[in-house]
Design a protein around this ligand. Structure first.
Ligand code: HEC
Length: 162
């Protein structure tokens, strides 16, 4: 990664942290002119920590055995839209390597992350932890549910699931 990209990424992260940091220190230290009742903290985004993540997918039915056609489609989607940032090994590129991702995360979490990336990065605690490590926010790749499900099949296959 070049220095400029790193700096830009860091700035982006700071921006993110700033925008998501709680506004709890709106100091009410000034001399009292009017005391408003509107000082209740804004409804802060509560961190979400569900194993399913946040998003449209509440349940994924897995295929046993894996569906070969879906694995192949998932591989094509990966090569087109994901390979620039993700390796199939455990090695980090821009984002984490995908080896073992289906052991780290539930199928629902993975699909929600792919289909609802912004909200996941804003709310899901595990996703937020990755931003700190990767210094980049993954852009939403606008996959259809079918494509997202195919990529999941490909990840399962890569992890040796049957
Ligand atoms: C521009 C780079 C980029 C592209 C392209 C990209 N990602 Fe990511 N991805 C990331 C980063 C960075 C993270 C870590 C979270 C963060 O910092 O936003 C991540 C995290 C993930 C994770 C969670 C991994 C884990 O270990 O929990 C999944 C799943 C994922 N991406 C799926 C995809 C899929 C599917 C595609 C293609 C359709 C894709 N990504 C394309 C950058 C990218």
């Amino acid at each position: 990664m070049t220095k400029t990209i790193r700096t830009a990424a860091a700035a982006f992260c700071l921006l993110f942290v700033a925008s998501c940091g709680s506004d709890s220190n709106n100091s009410s230290s000034g001399s009292s002119t009017t005391t408003t009742t509107e000082t209740t903290a804004p409804a802060a985004e509560t961190p979400a920590n569900s194993p399913s993540g946040v998003g449209p997918i509440s349940e994924v039915k897995l295929n046993h055995p894996l569906n070969d056609g879906m694995v192949a489609n998932g591989k094509s989607v990966y090569e087109l839209k994901c390979a620039s940032c993700h390796k199939m090994s455990a090695e980090k590129l821009v984002g984490p390597g995908w080896k073992g991702v289906t052991d780290r995360r539930t199928p629902e979490w993975i699909m929600n992350f792919v289909m609802n990336t912004e909200e996941m990065l804003n709310k899901d605690t595990a996703a937020q932890k990755m931003i700190e490590e990767c210094m980049v926010r993954m852009p939403n790749q606008n996959l259809t549910e079918t494509d997202a499900r195919a990529v999941l099949e490909y990840m399962l296959s890569n992890d040796g699931k049957k």
